[in-house]
Design a protein around this ligand. Sequence first.
Ligand SMILES: [Zn+2]
Length: 227
Amino acid sequence: MCAAVFGGAAAAFVPCPAHRLAVPRGTRPRSTCADCTAAVATWVRAGAPCRCARPPVWTVTTGVLVTGLLGATIGPAPRLLVLLPAALLGLLLAVIDFRCLRLPDPLVALLAAGTALPLGAGALLAGEPARVGRAALAALISGVFYLIIALLPGAGLGAGDVKLATVLGFVLGFLGWPALALGLLTPHLINGPIAVALLLTRRAARRTALPLGPALLAGALLGILLS
Ligand SMILES: [Zn+2]
């Protein structure tokens, strides 16, 4: 319950940085509204990034659901203090990926540092070095798995997806092999049917890129919740 309240409140701050960072590669963060060109100079603002935009109902709802589920499943454990901020960073990444098919490197690096360092340090202090080894191996497996897919012709999968999959692989491997398996499989069960439906309803051409980041994050969430 507390986690959901925190998640909802924090998710209200996601739309503003998401709006500013959802720009093409190599472009500076947006400093004006994309619709009405009013100035958007701050990074910290609750609610919509601009007065012309609608309230971020979906973003906040998703934040409440994700953090509420994490809180209810994990309980008051130190791990929750790592995974709640990580979930909100994941939400920011998902919104940006939906908007511009990008997962900015600094945010993925922040997610890596914010999860691998405290989880690894906690396990070492608790005398569980094997857990850290398993997590590192899982990160490698996940990264190589998505790198191979990315190298297939017409995969529509970018370097950002491979990097995010590597980071999520560490977190899932930290929890166990079943969590990693769920995390690797679920994104395809989510994006596969969506791609087929879009093709059948002719809303997408064969080469239309579908963002993989949100599906990767949803798969990782499922792996965490069910492990
Ligand atoms: Zn505006």
